[in-house]
Design a protein around this ligand. Structure first.
Ligand SMILES: C[S@@+](CC[C@H](N)C(=O)[O-])C[C@H]1O[C@@H](n2cnc3c(N)ncnc32)[C@H](O)[C@@H]1O
Length: 196
């Protein structure tokens, strides 16, 4: 059951480096910030990385000057993040659907939304809206193609994301990623959306 932390914790237990872990931040951190800053992302603002795993993206964002919370409900993910990056980031073992730590000015989502069972997508978008202050920005990296494999991750067509988001968000950017990791090239896209 991917909705339960035990599912993910077991994957962290079974492999020192689970299949999704790239041993570093995604190159799309820079690309997504390059899109979001001109669209209103405030340099150095407080942001959250849901499903942060071992914390590579969260640590990279902190190094770039943001005030970062890295959140994951799998205990081994948070332990791994703390081991790698120490206290530079505020690590939190919590469920994205239930946390009361926010709201934040921005969300940086990389392979958390696409890890959700498709039936949870409307609730996930609602959680993103709930965890942002008014006018806050939701940045996300998503897959439109998972090479035909059963999820997670689950492919999400761009049009579906747009229609799921529209009630709570103004979509400012939705388009193909350019600088994906070679293993993911041509299969990822980027979202920047502002909470209404
Ligand atoms: C595919 S992994 C990606 C990890 C990290 N973003 C990366 O790219 O290395 C998905 C992560 O989301 C976490 N996750 C899944 N559902 C969650 C939830 N409801 N609340 C918090 N974390 C969740 C899992 O524990 C897992 O660490």
């Amino acid at each position: 059951m991917t909705t339960h932390p035990d599912y993910w914790n077991r994957l962290y237990e079974e492999e020192a480096r689970p299949g999704w872990d790239m041993d570093g931040a995604t190159p799309l951190v820079a690309e997504l910030l390059g899109l979001a800053l001109p669209l209103g992302l405030k340099p150095g603002c407080d942001l959250v990385v849901p499903g942060c795993g071992y914390g590579h993206d969260a640590a990279e964002l902190e190094a770039l000057g943001f005030s970062v919370t890295g959140l994951d409900f799998a205990p081994l993910a948070i332990q791994g993040a703390m081991h790698r990056y120490g206290g530079r980031v505020a690590w939190s073992q919590a469920d994205w659907f239930a946390t009361h730590l926010g709201p934040w000015a921005a969300i940086f989502d990389h392979t958390c939304f696409v890890a959700m069972e498709p039936g949870r997508r409307p609730a996930y978008v609602q959680a993103c809206a709930d965890h942002l202050r008014a006018g806050g920005l939701w940045m996300a990296v998503l897959f439109h193609d998972v090479n035909g494999r059963p999820g997670p991750p689950h492919a999400m067509p761009m049009a579906e994301l747009r229609s799921l988001s529209e009630a709570s968000f103004e979509v400012l950017h939705l388009g193909e990623a350019v600088n994906s990791h070679p293993r993911r090239s041509g299969r990822e896209y980027l979202l920047v959306a502002r909470k209404r």
